[in-house]
Write a protein that binds this ligand. Structure first.
Ligand SMILES: Cc1cc2nc3c(=O)[nH]c(=O)nc-3n(C[C@H](O)[C@H](O)[C@H](O)COP(=O)(O)OP(=O)(O)OC[C@H]3O[C@@H](n4cnc5c(N)ncnc54)[C@H](O)[C@@H]3O)c2cc1C
Length: 402
């Protein structure tokens, strides 16, 4: 089969297929990805063996440079690899914020020593990262952040607090924005890294109504940050943060998954079970049928656009303001699909716990609720609309403070 770029990838496909056959534990076929859950589940021997194998091979981050342990594959090879993983019923065990946002940013802005220190552990899925950006009073207006880093000669001393730090209670390291100059807003911010076990780092999980604690308040009191953990120039962190947010948005758009949040069965397959078929073999409810088709068309159109944007950005300087369009479009596709899933399930789509509901039904409700947050985190929908109007449409900015 030919790649979109026209390169013959059949030899690579054969290699990938036999490597997966030799290394993917058959017992995990079709299993959910334990590494993608908020809680770092205690992995089974099979799960751990698969993470190690993919980590050593670098195929969890297939296009990252081989010099730091990444797969060093072309975009075409990476797509073939994904197809072969899907074919084998295998998941990619390497993920999290290190892969989605921090790694690509460090590869672009980090020193050689920083890349050598941090990238291999991300590639192998050995360490988890959390994002210390938001603060009370600095969410959408992120540059209003107040957490301060004082220059103490050979190190910085950091004081302040962060909020909504997802997974901070399980994270090993944090990439964090701090204020290093109080006289300027955007030009007074620096991007630093610290070990979450550093004295003075206190994490308080925020308990939600569901009983879960997917995110935390993080308090920083006299936290020592070594100077070699400053990424980019002093006071130059805003540019790096913006690039990281572009990576976050392109990841959150679900570009990789074509808008089918969290995988799962197609709407058509669900509707066949829950709504049934008419005498001609079509989904019995005509209105529902139309809306399922529309949702699938939107998801496919989004997926094709995401692939096209990815191919077009090859050779360019990385993600652009177009990631804001993709984020808004992708999250809408995901939310529409989640909404329709519950409608297809009827009363069975309203369960929170208990034996009356299947794991698939309980998962659908959680996905629907969780999906609401996608238009908030990574920059809210309104803020993305502002970016689109200003940077892409060239309209005047009448909303942001200077
Ligand atoms: C599930 C979840 C996980 C998160 N994880 C992390 C994390 O790991 N690390 C981290 O640092 N942060 C995290 N966040 C925080 C997230 O980035 C912020 O919630 C987000 O940036 C919005 O900021 P805010 O909550 O302060 O809302 P606000 O800024 O108070 O905004 C409230 C509302 O006003 C609108 N608004 C604000 N300003 C404007 C404007 N100029 N024009 C038009 N509308 C405007 C917003 O769009 C929004 O609808 C997470 C959030 C959620 C929900």
């Amino acid at each position: 089969m030919a790649d979109f770029g026209g390169t013959d990838l059949e030899a690579f496909r054969a290699d990938a297929r036999s490597w997966i056959e030799a290394n993917f534990p058959p017992a995990l076929k079709g299993a959910a990805n334990p590494m993608m859950r908020e809680e770092r589940a205690k992995p089974s021997a099979d799960q751990e063996a698969w993470r190690k194998a993919m980590g050593e091979k670098g195929w969890g981050v297939p296009t990252w440079p081989a010099a730091y342990g990444g797969g060093g594959l072309s975009g075409g090879e990476a797509r073939v690899l994904q197809q072969e993983l899907n074919r084998a019923g295998a998941y990619n065990p390497i993920g999290g914020m290190g892969v989605m946002m921090f790694g690509p940013t460090l590869l672009e802005y980090g020193t050689e020593a920083q890349k050598q220190q941090h990238i291999p552990a991300i590639v192998k899925g050995e360490l988890q990262w959390c994002q210390g950006f938001s603060e009370p009073g600095a969410g959408s207006d992120l540059a209003a952040l107040q957490t301060r880093a004082e220059d103490k000669g050979d190190h910085y001393l950091v004081n302040g607090s962060k909020i909504w730090t997802s997974g901070a209670q399980y994270a090993d390291w944090c990439f964090c924005l701090v204020r290093t100059d109080t006289s300027k807003k955007h030009e007074g911010i620096s991007f630093v890294l610290f070990d979450m076990k550093t004295p003075g780092v206190e994490v308080r999980p925020i308990k939600l109504i569901s009983g879960n604690s997917p995110f935390c308040e993080t308090f920083l009191t006299d936290v020592r940050v070594e100077k070699d953990q400053l990424v980019g120039p002093l006071n130059g962190g805003w540019t790096i943060a913006k690039r990281l947010l572009q990576h976050e948005r392109s990841g959150l758009s679900g570009a990789g998954g074509g808008g089918r949040m969290g995988g799962g069965r197609s709407l058509t397959s669900l509707a066949k079970d829950y709504v049934g078929l008419d005498e001609t073999g079509r989904i019995a409810d005509r209105d529902l049928r139309t809306r399922i088709i529309q949702t699938e068309i939107d998801a496919r159109a989004f997926q094709q656009t995401a692939i096209r944007a990815m191919l077009e950005s090859k050779g360019n300087a990385g993600p652009s303001a177009a990631t804001s369009i993709m984020k808004n479009a992708g999250t809408r596709v995901m939310q529409d699909r989640a909404e329709l899933t519950l409608e297809v399930m009827g009363h069975q789509g309203l369960g929170w716990e208990g034996e009356d509901f299947t794991p698939e039904e309980l998962g659908a409700v959680r996905q629907w609720l969780g999906g609401k947050a996608t238009t908030i985190y990574g920059g809210s929908q309104e803020i993305q609309n502002n970016i689109i109007s200003k940077r892409i449409l060239g309209l005047p900015d009448l909303t942001q403070s200077k």
